[in-house]
Design a protein around this ligand. Structure first.
Ligand code: AFP
Length: 333
């Protein structure tokens, strides 16, 4: 079976990028080991701190972040990193050709219940010398040179794209290597499965409620077919399912916090997942535009996410742009 780095070398990925990817896989193996040790590693549970998003940090969040940051910054090809767990960017070698944005442990509320979590990453080119600090990262997702995630599940998988399709690698625990197990991943165009946190129903805009109402109405409703729902509460795992068998995943905006309508982060959740999904033939949208074309304003920016099977994303967007939505009521905001 083919190993990760030799597989990418055949794609003529440049040596600097190859080295960054190699560093990421070293981190992934270490995080995977700690996670699989579970309670035995003594790293479960929460810290007393909150991250920049105001969320409670898990010990493993902190550990995974430290590990990725330290090891990536030792790589001379890494100019800087941006992480969900860091307020600002952390700079490395001035001559580094790449920037890495990551969510060290996505779905961290799943840690304590021994459920799925993952690391999501996005690699951008370092812009010219006239740009410095956080501004270096403020590039649209179309600039990504590579993106992917590591899913720490029953097996540890690295899912990855450099813009030449999506490949899946599985960590062989015996030899300690990621081996190619799936190539040319294609998301089916149509689906009967969707993923959304239904408990937020009352906070969504009326058009989104209308869309979900029609999914729930099944074969007796206007969609004339039954839909199944799945929600793992870890984007990394929900998107993995979409890549494996299709589906629609969405975390729409809602009206709970007027200045913060969205939950998911653009630079290290939306963009890398959008690149993977588009490379696999799916669509990834904010509800207003293609995720990959959003011009970021800051590194922790949040964004609406609707991604997955192309036909279903298109249908969902048609509902959202229907300004005459018949289900709107006077109390809807
Ligand atoms: P963390 O990054 O704090 O682990 O949150 C995970 C996440 O951002 C994303 O992976 C999930 O899709 C979403 O949150 C789950 O949110 P709910 O709490 O609404 O289920």
């Amino acid at each position: 079976m083919q190993r990760l780095i030799p597989t990418l070398r055949r794609d003529q990925v440049d040596e600097g990028l190859l080295s960054v990817i190699n560093t990421l896989q070293i981190c992934a193996k270490e995080i995977s080991f700690r996670l699989h040790q579970g309670e035995l590693a003594g790293v479960l549970g929460s810290t007393l701190d909150e991250n920049i998003q105001g969320e409670t940090q898990k010990m493993l969040d902190v550990l995974a972040n430290q590990l990725l940051k330290d090891i990536l910054l030792e790589n001379p090809h890494v100019r800087a990193v941006a992480s969900e767990e860091e307020d600002g960017i952390v700079e490395g070698e001035k001559t580094g050709e790449y920037l890495v944005a990551f969510d060290p442990l996505d779905g961290s509320s799943n840690i304590d219940i021994n459920s799925l979590v993952g690391t999501i990453f996005s690699i951008l080119p370092t812009p010219d010398k006239t740009t410095s600090g956080e501004d270096m990262f403020l590039q649209p997702g179309t600039n990504q040179v590579a993106a992917g995630y590591v899913l720490y599940g029953p097996s540890t998988m690295l899912v990855f794209t450099t813009g030449r399709g999506v490949r899946m690698f599985t960590l062989d625990q015996k030899v300690g290597e990621f081996l190619l197990t799936d190539t040319d991943i294609e998301i089916p165009n149509e689906t009967c499965e969707f993923a959304i946190n239904m408990s937020n129903y009352r906070h969504w805009q009326p058009q989104m409620r209308h869309y979900v109402d029609d999914l729930l109405a099944g074969e007796t409703g206007p969609r004339c077919k039954n839909f199944n729902m799945r929600w793992i509460a870890a984007m990394v795992a929900d998107v993995h399912r979409v890549l494996c068998r299709g589906g629609l995943f969405t975390y729409p905006g809602d009206n709970r916090k007027p200045n913060k309508p969205y939950k998911l982060r653009l630079m290290y959740e939306g963009n890398p997942m959008a690149m993977l999904v588009e490379q696999a033939g799916g669509l990834a949208h904010t509800g207003e535009q293609r995720i990959l074309e959003v011009q970021p304003e800051h590194i922790h920016q949040r964004v609406g996410v609707i991604l997955g099977s192309a036909q279903e994303v298109t249908t969902c967007l048609e509902y959202l742009t229907d300004s005459q939505d018949s289900h709107s009521t006077a109390t809807d905001v």
